[in-house]
Ligand binder design. Structure first.
Ligand code: ASP
Length: 455
């Protein structure tokens, strides 16, 4: 059997619901269907999840949120009307949302999670009603009843291992199972969501738990592209890539799949197929354990802005035992996570996502490193972009770094830092944020032949 997950844009309207229905019915192996909340119907539209978050925040501040509540209900009601479903479903959704909104607000994070989760929960109920309306045996299954137990980290839940065994039971239910993505329950029975876009994670967990033969992730693109199509027009599509390659790419800006979503599927050895709801006959992109790497060293180029680095230099740093640990300890005390640590004999740069910092915190950290570690120089460099070139083929190919750095030099991009993990699956280049596009285009041309670019 297969698990098929559909993203928000695949569920934004009645027309999209119909496509989902046809896709599911065209393959009897599609037994479990995981749904997101309704997404955007057009570029300036607002996702239901965003409406719900705003709604919850207003309720917490005791501000009127009636317009938002109605807007959310209308999103479902319009889908139901388009599909010819009775108003019973829309009324049920209305009641459910109003009940959650009038619930306990003593813990704001918990309240926001409960409101957010209604987005997928009600969409799953709506989808199940639609399947039944079409005469198909289908049922909505609640994550609590299925045993999807998660850690108590609002907005950032992690699945608990005991869930998997219980989820296996889903195989024994008759008919098609419609399962809401994005949330689970704590051991105490409270709703907690995964991080944003977390329905991908739910799909992967269910694929693992039910030992599915395939996890299909339906989205709105024909394939994972080798580079961001907003930077390079019509980039090469990737047919097959490994879990590690996908992990590296989604880490640095490939938003097709949540970067935490691969782990459960990977652990159970279940291949993932990314496909397009709007063009289901396209083969999509397969994510597998191993692939043949005959097509060059690089499979994809990812980039992301929003990084900064803490540069620390001290003469004879290389001889000082415990220097790295002390710096990292300071960061740990402030709850900061780091991304990369390129280093030299007398200096070290710690790269972090800059949204974790603020000016007061930066000053405190700089002062502490200077005084407690007696560093010669400590400075924060802002506005960094990280560019990752990714490919298992780098292991077999000599000279990839030389080609990449020459391409960047020819494009007049100054490389601020370089990092290559010993796994040799990726190389990271830190550049100034304003050079990001130029750098990506230069690297794309180098590794994927010259192409017309839209900038
Ligand atoms: N609806 C949630 C979000 O927008 C989860 C998802 O779509 O995967 O983040």
């Amino acid at each position: 059997m297969k698990v098929a997950k559909f993203g928000g844009s695949s569920l934004a309207s009645g027309e999209q619901f119909e496509k989902v229905f046809n896709i599911v019915m065209s393959d009897p192996k599609r037994k479990i269907v995981v749904v997101s909340a309704p997404g955007k119907r057009f570029a300036s539209d607002i996702k239901v999840t965003d409406l719900l978050i705003e709604c919850a925040e207003k309720c917490l501040k005791n501000e009127a949120a009636d317009d938002l509540v109605e807007a959310v209900i209308e999103r479902y009601a319009s889908i139901a009307r388009e599909l010819g479903l009775s108003s019973r479903v829309s009324n049920m959704i209305r009641n459910d949302l109003l009940t959650v909104l009038s619930g306990d607000k003593s813990n704001p994070e918990r309240f926001i999670d409960a409101v957010k989760a209604t987005g997928e929960d009600n969409n799953a109920k709506l989808m199940a009603a639609y399947f039944q309306h079409k005469g198909v045996e289908a049922r909505y299954v609640n994550p609590k009843d299925a045993g999807l137990i998660v850690s108590d980290e609002p907005g950032n839940a992690q699945v608990l291992p005991e869930s998997y065994e219980r989820l296996f039971e889903l195989r024994n239910l008759p008919g098609i199972i419609i399962f809401p993505g994005f949330f689970g329950f704590t051991k105490k029975g409270e709703v907690v969501t995964f991080s944003r876009s977390g329905s991908d994670i739910t799909g992967s967990i269910l694929a693992n738990g039910t030992k599915a033969e395939l996890y299909e992730n339906f989205t709105d693109v024909d394939a994972v592209y080798s580079v961001n199509p907003n930077i390079v027009e019509k980039p090469k599509e990737i047919r097959e890539l490994t879990y590690r390659e996908m992990r590296e790419l989604s880490y640095a800006g490939f938003t097709v799949l949540h970067d935490e979503a691969l782990i459960p599927a990977f652990r159970a050895g279940i291949p993932v197929n990314i496909k397009n709801t709007n063009n289901p006959s396209a083969p999509g992109t397969k994510i597998v354990h191993e692939r043949t790497t005959s097509n060059g060293p690089v499979i994809g180029i990812a980039s992301d802005k929003g990084f900064c680095s803490i540069y620390v230099s001290k003469y004879l740093m290389n001889r000082e035992i415990g220097f790295g640990r002390k710096i990292l300890q300071i960061l740990e005390e402030y709850g900061l996570s780091y991304e990369h640590i390129p280093s030299g004999i007398d200096d070290i740069s710690i790269i972090l996502r800059k949204n974790q910092l603020n000016p007061a915190l930066e000053e405190e950290i700089v002062t502490r490193i200077k005084t407690e570690l007696e560093a010669d120089e400590v400075k924060i460099e802002r506005n960094l972009a990280l560019i990752m070139i990714v490919g298992e083929g780098m292991r077999q190919n000599v000279g990839t770094m030389a080609r990449a750095s020459k391409a960047l030099a020819d494009a007049g991009v100054n490389i601020e830092m370089i990092n290559q993990g010993s796994s040799e699956v990726s190389m990271m280049f830190g550049v100034k944020a304003e050079d990001e596009q130029r750098a990506v285009i230069a690297l794309y041309k180098e590794f994927f032949a010259p192409v017309p670019v839209n900038v």
